[in-house]
Design a protein around this ligand. Structure first.
Ligand code: CAA
Length: 258
């Protein structure tokens, strides 16, 4: 049951797992996948029992890009009126930390989806790329912006203008990957990271994500002020008292996410 779904869902404690499931198309991201990912992440984000969302694909492909066959015959007016890809921006609104577990191809929209997550844990078999230039187009789900912010102008230009694939090790060296792990332990490592995040105070993790992302949007002074004020605000919750008293009492903190 559920094998016909383009995104499979499961739950392990406070971690929700979304698995892209279009094996015959190397998990190409068509409109249905976009709708499902947007719908599911929004729903999970509202669930206080979910502390982290893990997004993954298959061993062969995280996702080989947006679905080329779905786009091929579109006209500019169809693309513009549908505002093609704009719904992916909804992922920016997800406050719950998201972890991408990447094995195999993460190309075009696949690389861009991984970059919409907060951590990228990559298997040593992962291959990243923005090959849109080979199709006569350019990245359309944020690659020119998020890749450049992640790795800097010259690495981003190399990937976007030549369309070349980058192996996992090089991706890690350039800062596109949070952790590089052996293929056999990818899911264990990614789940462990997601579980760690999910057990921390949810008000603290969503505030930490928001403050970190703000560094891409505002100047240093504004960013520092935002960080300090939200740091102060966390003193209104029980988790700050629990975390600090647990430290003093030399025991593990048990957060109630409040
Ligand atoms: N869209 C639609 N179908 C795709 C696809 C995609 N992005 N990527 C792979 N597939 C399909 C193939 O057409 C093929 O289907 P058929 O068996 O029906 O022919 C199937 O998946 C398996 O693929 P291959 O036979 O090509 O597998 P391979 O191992 O020989 O090659 C690959 C793997 C190098 C990833 C190759 O499939 C490839 O180059 N894919 C396209 C990558 C790409 O250009 N991605 C960018 C898309 S545009 C985009 O993402 C825009 C954006 O910014 C959002």
């Amino acid at each position: 049951m559920g094998e016909d779904k383009v995104v499979l869902t499961s739950r392990e404690g406070r971690v929700a797992i979304l698995t892209l499931n279009r094996p015959k198309a190397l998990n190409a991201l068509n409109s249905e996948v976009m709708r499902e990912i947007v719908r599911l992440t929004a729903e999970l984000d509202r669930d206080p029992g979910v502390g982290a969302i893990l997004i993954t694909g298959s061993e062969k492909a995280f996702a080989a890009g947006a679905d080329i066959k779905e786009m091929e015959d579109r006209t500019v007016m169809e693309m513009m009126l549908a505002d093609w890809f704009s719904d992916w921006e909804m992922l920016e609104r997800v406050r719950t930390p998201m972890v991408a577990a990447v094995s195999g191809f993460a190309l075009g929209g696949g690389c861009e989806l991984a970059m919409m997550c907060d951590l990228i844990i990559a298997s040593d078999t992962a291959k990243f790329g923005q090959p849109e230039i080979k199709l006569g187009v350019i990245p359309g789900m944020g690659g020119s912006q998020r890749l450049t912010r992640a790795v800097g102008k010259y690495k981003a230009m190399d990937m976007i203008l030549t369309g070349r694939m980058v192996e996992a090790e090089e991706a890690e060296r350039m800062g596109l990957v949070s952790r590089l792990v052996p293929a056999a332990s990818l899911m264990d490592e990614a789940m462990a990271a997601a579980r760690t995040i999910a057990e921390f105070s949810k008000p603290a993790t969503i505030t930490a994500k928001e403050a970190t992302n703000r560094s891409f949007e505002v100047g240093l002074r504004e960013g520092l002020l935002h960080e300090r004020r939200t740091f102060h605000a966390l003193f209104s919750g029980s988790d700050q008292k629990e975390g600090m008293s647990a430290f003093r009492e030399k025991r593990a903190a048990v957060f109630k996410h409040g």
